[in-house]
Write a protein that binds this ligand. Sequence first.
Ligand code: PGA
Length: 252
Amino acid sequence: MRDKIVAGNWKMNLNFEDAIQLGTNLNAWVADNQPDAQVIISPSSIYLQVLLEAVDEQYVKVASQDISAHDKGAYTGDISGEQLDSIGLDFVIIGHSERREYQGETDAIIAEKLKQAFKNQINPIFCIGEKLEEREADQHFEVVKSQLLNALKSQNTEDLSRLIIAYEPVWAIGTGKTASPEQAQEIHAYIRKVLNDEFGVEIANETSILYGGSVNAQNANDIFSQPDIDGGLVGGASLKYEDFIQIIAACK
Ligand code: PGA
């Protein structure tokens, strides 16, 4: 059975104190309530190590928001997979649409970042999703297929057992607009079919595919009840403790 996962992408939010507070509160809630879903939080990189120490990894896992495409060397500001692994980190978000848009990350760069994650035994949450104009032109299936294959074709198939996919339609991120549960299910099933056709039935069945884009405490139940949706990658609502625990509880 593939894992249920709810991951909170904190993006560039929260000061030091607030980040520790939210992390420790979540840890205590998960310890008390034992939800079905694996909970992951993804703070800014300066807080990664302290949050790893503040939470118990059997309850809350910590993810980096990025990883360098390179092994090491003169890449000011980057953090390598080896460095992330050396602090005991097991998860990383790769290819988020905000990094594709503002940092110019291409499928080729994302493929290299995935290689770095796999090489260092870090589980990537690999983000794909179409823009509004692509959805309106009915190109969303094509777009997610090419994002998937451009990044995954060059990986070793055995590494793909670590892969987590997040389908995040760009038009739904931070906009308050969500894909309907049916729209999300349709494309999640399609992603699973592409995985099946290209990498085999085992990878297709075992890969958790998360939905992201304006998930909140009200819509989480309907979204997570779809058969091919294995959880969520949550931005804004993951910053609010009360909302985020409801979202985690909805993932069964
Ligand atoms: P949102 O962000 O939940 O605020 O729409 C999701 C994401 O960007 O991962």
